[in-house]
Design a protein around this ligand. Sequence first.
Ligand code: BES
Ligand code: MN
Ligand code: MN
Length: 454
Amino acid sequence: MANISVAELRERVAEQFGETVAVLEDLVRIPSYEAPSAPPEAKQRSAEYVAELLSKVGAQDVQIVQDLKPDSTPGGPGVIGRIPGASPTTVLLYAHHDVQPVADDWSTEPFTPVQKDGRLYGRGAADDGAGVAVHYAALRALGDALGVSVAFFIEGEEEVGSPTFGKLLSKYREQLAADVVVVADSDNWQVDVPGLTTSLRGLAAVTVTVRVLEHAVHSGMFGGPLLSAPLLLARLIATLHDENGDVAVAGLGQLGAATTEYPEDELRAGAGAVPGLQLAGTGSIADRLWFKPAIDVIGFDATSVAESSNTIIPVAKAKLSLRIPPEMDAATAQNLVLTHLTSQPLFGAEVTVERDEIGTGFIADTSSPATQTCAWAQSLAFGNECKLIGQGGSIPLIDSLVEEFPGVEVLIFGVEDPDSRAHSGDESVDLGMIEKCVVAEALFLAKLGGTLQE
Ligand code: BES
Ligand code: MN
Ligand code: MN
């Protein structure tokens, strides 16, 4: 086992960075998403590509692992492996190689990597190809200066709610058991300010259907005394927020509070808000994003404008997505929304609500030694102090990790930046920042493994 200095580590990461970008580009080329339109075998190809990457950095017993979902269909293929080290500490490196499908508008082909102004564009360039590439590049830079033992879990079904993650964890618990987990699947604070995520919201979804008629009817003959299903569904959805834009579901409010200030102009710029748009809700922006619930419509079924006719539409359906404060129980929150939706008068229309997926939030123990070391490594790599931040997004599988390995220290590491546009069109990542993320992870591992020369 060799020692390595900070300067040497930086040099190696820089020398190898061309290859790191090539890996990220390869990952973008594989359309590893799940949807009815998904290319068959893409996830398998992507798992095979990841397995090769792990072998290249010296991982042993690399395996593509898969299990059955509750409905007996196969879950997404994950990749596991191990690199034995000299120190007694084992670090589990987590990322996911599956990506979101493409629905939005793109300026370039989503599965063709394109570099522009120091950014790499393409589906999965950020979420979570960046996580995979950073783990790979950090280990490659360390080479024989890796002191810790490393285990890998590169998941293939995170974007569909990790349906078999818990099963895989317990089935392969010997190969995966660790003292520390690095989840490389979150945001940094700024391109040049690293972020360590200390809280994530939970999530829950419901699908609500409103029916008013047994069949469609002429809107002139019947319009007036009869209101259509989309219109009543819109009224029902409108009851979910009060006049300020705060969630108005009884029992569903803020839990916990942020200590960080989230600048309003950054939120507006990151989201591409139209000029003059008023922000919804009350309280600080960080609280609204990280510690308050959010409800929105993520899908709406009714007659499309293109197919519209002078008809009263009998039935309409919406999928509602709910974000939950980190420490609130997701099933309880889902029930509160269900009760709210079914107890509105709504002119006596038939309202049915189905429960969809739920996921647990997360709150970190910021005093843990690994957190301190990680923040130190990120600060050194970026040349700016690491920010401990919350996130409004969710990574529910963390709950399974903590359940399977009680006492494990979980670090949620930033590999994206505020302009990454994960899940939407023109997803991208800042390559200069990715290089710093690689240095940060390598420094962290070397420090933990006792191989860093100071
Ligand atoms: N990487 C994200 C989670 C995330 C987003 C963390 C933003 C930090 C900041 C992850 O891939 C994701 O998209 N999670 C889903 C939940 C999952 C159950 C489908 C989410 O948040 O919608
Ligand atoms: Mn992700
Ligand atoms: Mn995602």
